[in-house]
Write a protein that binds this ligand. Structure first.
Ligand SMILES: Cc1cc2nc3c(=O)[nH]c(=O)nc-3n(C[C@H](O)[C@H](O)[C@H](O)COP(=O)(O)OP(=O)(O)OC[C@H]3O[C@@H](n4cnc5c(N)ncnc54)[C@H](O)[C@@H]3O)c2cc1C
Length: 473
């Protein structure tokens, strides 16, 4: 007899585990099948958490490297980084959080079924972990199997010298040199980590600018800062070949002028995006509609086949629509799916209002349309920009790089996008996200009192700047 549940979720990443908790809160009997030895998926085990933990180490090193300015005395000798301790602390942070999910499962009476799930029919799943176990889901199966790193033609990942973020988070040495292929969030975060630790870092990006999804002004500011930090950047550059040797990698790339350049590095980190995980799941025979390997879903995460939902990195919102592969997006989708399955009123997600945070140094926080995107949509756009260096708080912290840029509609004064690079940008973006959600005008941001002295004053001042009247500039 199969074990019976209302809902079975496949995958305990931020999409799956949040869907499970919400479904359980709404009175459903829920099981989650997860093949890893810990709960939390990519975000907790290989993604958001370990990378941000490493970035905190990089930040600590930066502070210590500048002790003289702070008047702190730490004795003679060179400042260095102990990768053993870095890894130990990072692993402790990760395991504390994955165990926290186990606690939440117990609290919400969610059963964790350990093993690999294969769907065998409507409401039916087999789980293999040594022995086979059968489950039935009387209401819904939620597919939340996530994503995995992918490469580009000519570059075969060997996980030793040609590595992905999965291996980069576990490096126990500081490489002398690292070439990073791709300058999206993952690429530039590792560039910040390893440059601060002491590696020679080179970024190769196919598109004309780094962090190509961001507002052009943000890309330019990050490139300026990275170059100042000693990071080499080649944009418009296509990697055509990479060959791994025992202790290094040889890389060939085509530069924008058509010439070929050769590079050699201890590691090549491939950060060119992630593809969906559906192999072995048995999804093919169900008649699910697929888009480039992703599972197509509607605005309430229904797959089109009754009894099957999908959320998170594994889904497509339809051909030509961008689906952000972000932890908070997958969780928001898990909540909507669970509420719909439980028969509760829910709200579709507005993907134009999803905040995106990149924790490189300086960090980036953005939400809404870039200046160019707003123009392309036909808005008469006006923008206001305010630099951090003017703020008292930024001067005290010695963190004056970057700015806040607000993109607004001239006719109705509505805030259309907020893009920031600089200190605490990944925190400050929360205010901007709320402003977009509530369809705020620039005037309302101006009238919102920002405490002094804070970094958030840059948001208020950027709003004043949209109206041509920044107070402190
Ligand atoms: C280096 C890196 C840094 C990142 N940083 C951030 C960040 O700072 N902020 C942010 O928002 N996002 C970040 N992300 C993205 C974020 O991690 C993902 O968007 C998020 O984890 C997606 O969640 P998910 O639940 O869809 O899938 P996943 O987290 O990938 O979870 C899927 C789970 O399903 C399990 N699974 C798959 N198939 C089966 C099967 N057949 N049976 C049983 N179990 C199965 C897998 O083992 C996995 O645990 C980062 C990603 C990376 C790689």
């Amino acid at each position: 007899m199969p074990s019976e549940f209302d809902v079975v979720v496949i995958g305990a990443g931020t999409g799956g585990y949040v869907a499970a908790i919400r479904a359980s809160q709404l009175g459903l009997k829920v099981a989650v099948v997860e093949k890893q030895k810990a709960l939390g998926g990519t975000c907790l085990i290989w993604g958001c958490i370990p990378t941000k933990a490493l970035l905190e180490h990089a930040h600590a090193l930066k502070v210590v490297q500048n002790v003289k300015e702070w008047g702190v005395t730490i004795g003679e000798g060179a400042v260095g980084i102990d990768m053993g301790q870095v890894q130990a602390r990072k692993d402790k942070v990760v395991s504390g959080l994955t165990k926290g999910i186990e606690f939440l499962f117990k609290k919400n009476k969610i059963e964790w079924i350990k093993g690999t799930a294969t769907i065998t029919g409507r409401g039916r799943i087999d789980v293999v972990d040594g022995e086979k176990q059968s489950l039935s889901a009387t209401k819904e199966i939620v597919i939340a199997t996530g994503s995995t790193p992918r490469s580009v033609p000519g570059v075969e990942i060997d996980r030793k010298r040609i590595i992905t973020s999965d291996e980069a988070i576990g490096l126990r040495e500081v490489p002398k040199s690292m070439v990073i292929l791709g300058s999206g969030a993952v690429g530039v975060e590792f560039a910040s980590i390893f440059r601060r630790f002491g590696s020679q870092v080179t970024i190769l990006e196919l598109l004309p600018r780094i962090v190509p999804g961001e507002d052009e002004a943000i890309s330019a500011e990050l490139e300026k800062s990275f170059k100042k930090q000693g990071i080499t950047i080649h944009t418009g550059t296509k990697v055509t070949r990479a060959v791994a040797a025992a202790d290094h990698v040889e890389i060939e790339a085509q530069l924008p002028d058509g010439t070929t350049t050769k590079l050699s590095a201890d590691y090549l980190l491939v950060a060119t995006g992630r593809g969906p995980v559906t192999t072995g799941l048995g999804a093919e025979g169900l008649g699910l509609s697929m888009d480039r390997g992703y599972i197509s879903v509607d605005h309430l995460f229904r797959t089109g086949v009754p009894g099957f939902s999908a959320v998170g990195d594994v889904v497509s919102l339809g051909a030509g629509k961008v689906h952000p592969q972000l932890a908070h997006v997958s969780s928001a989708e898990g909540i909507v799916a669970a509420e719909r399955i439980a028969g509760r009123a829910t709200q579709p997600i507005n993907y134009d209002h999803v905040p995106a945070c990149t924790y490189c140094d300086p960090e980036i926080g953005s939400v809404g349309w870039t200046e160019r995107e707003a123009q392309e949509r036909g808005y008469d756009v006006r923008v206001g920009t305010f630099p951090f260096f003017v703020l008292g708080r930024a001067k005290m912290a010695g963190e004056g790089e970057g700015f806040v840029k607000i993109v607004a509609d001239k006719k109705y004064d509505e805030v259309l996008g907020v893009h920031m690079i600089g200190p605490r940008a990944t925190e400050l973006v929360a205010e901007a996200t709320l402003a977009l959600r509530l369809e705020c005008t620039v005037e309302e941001l101006i009238r919102t009192i920002h405490a002094h002295p804070t970094f958030s004053e840059a948001v208020g001042e950027a709003a004043h700047a949209v109206h041509g009247a920044a107070i402190h500039m």
